[in-house]
Design a protein around this ligand. Sequence first.
Ligand SMILES: [Fe+2]
Length: 363
Amino acid sequence: MWRYANPVAIHWGDDWTPLLRSLLPPGQGLLISHPQFQVASAAGLLEGVPAYSGIETNPTPGQVQQAIDAARPIRPDWILAVGGGSVLDTAKIVRLALACGRFDIRELLQSEPAEAGARLPLLIAVPTTHGTGAELTMWTTVWDRESGRKLSLSHPRNYPDIAAYCPPLTYGLPLSVSIATTLDALAHALESLWNRNGNPVSDELALAAVSSIFTSLELLADPVPPAARKELLRASMFAGLAFANTRTAAAHSISYPLTLRLGIPHGIACAMTLPALWRINAPRMPAKAERLRRLLGGEDMSTALERKLHFVSTRVPFTLSAYGAGPADLEALARESRTKGRMENNLVELDQADVLAILAAIL
Ligand SMILES: [Fe+2]
């Protein structure tokens, strides 16, 4: 028995102004965007719309609280969120806070916002990176660096209403962010494949995403061809649709302390363990491994993955020691790697000794 569903309406347009014009409803709006988003590029469509752009990468509870506080007096009918995963995640939680009238982020994260049955402001999520898939999921990640904990809010009312894709919005993405977010999408797709919640729909979406990413990853060099951006945005969307249903698994679970403790960008932290996790999980899914081999032109996935990640390692730091970790840190990183709702999705069960061995191999 299986089920696949995603309630987010998908819009795609190669031209930003007509796309935006087709999406914006009447009523009071609020723009939540990355600081570098050019409002001027919206051809006057956002004139007079209050804007908030104080969100940093991997937002803390304090930063999300500031966004909630800024949005509260505006009482928007709709929210347009334009940015990467941190911006989109923040917009999702702001929208939920407004709908259920809980304006304290700590209280919101600790409670089940069942009363979010109240009318939600319409949320239009526009990703400007090709990786996080936050525009298609019902969860939000908040990073509590003080306590070293990743906090998460997951609720069916947390899905955006609309995901709007416009490839030219990704053209200016710096190379390091482009690589990291592409690797995040790759991890979403692979983790959706070696996932206990997988189903035939998520499998097909994930296979398409892996194949597209492998075709375009090595085109991430200055300047990135627009066609590659478009392909990677499409791959990120497919990967997002896949893991929005299955959730992620061991690579994401292991990645969280790497990001919290060592500051490793999310996508990089997720991708470092993919080769080891492929070797562990592949024997449990021979039909999917064979499909991937055929999609990769006959090359074994393990070899292809190592080759792609070698390309990555010549462009961004790709070992734990490059981010300041030493052998003495591995024990604590392994201990903190078990994220509830992620690790247990992995096809093969991993214990702490397994994780320690995986981390030692990427030191
Ligand atoms: Fe991710």
